[in-house]
Ligand binder design. Sequence first.
Ligand SMILES: [Zn+2]
Ligand SMILES: [Zn+2]
Length: 151
Amino acid sequence: MEEIKKTGRCLCGNIRFEAQGVPIWVVHCHCQSCRRNTGSAVATFIGYHSEQVRYIQGERSFFESSPGVQRGFCAQCGTPLSYEGKYCPGEIHLYLCTFDEPESFLPQRHVFYKDHLPWFELHDDLPRFNAFGAGKKPDSFGPKNQSTIEK
Ligand SMILES: [Zn+2]
Ligand SMILES: [Zn+2]
């Protein structure tokens, strides 16, 4: 089997990383803290097992955004780079658009969808979860997929 290796970097290029193998998940997060952290309407994350990710250049700085949650970033250019929480030991979540080929990953669901901005209209058919929703049934689906919602 061909080995999957993806590379990425912060805006200034001071910090570079690589990720090996298939990610655990790819999600759009609409929670307020991710929005504020990125200054964007949504943060698209890729979850990996910690051992899949290697920093090959530079050192991240860290900010504890809520108790037990460390958000890594580049102190030189400010790019958000990683999310590690005590509630998900052994995982590291990376920001999809810091990868060199963000188009090569396909988002699988929306999380914290209840917090999404009302003017941000989403017409994909991905499942929407009000919280993180791992292992649970989606709370809703996109408009292309309305018929599949169980009443
Ligand atoms: Zn940087
Ligand atoms: Zn979030």
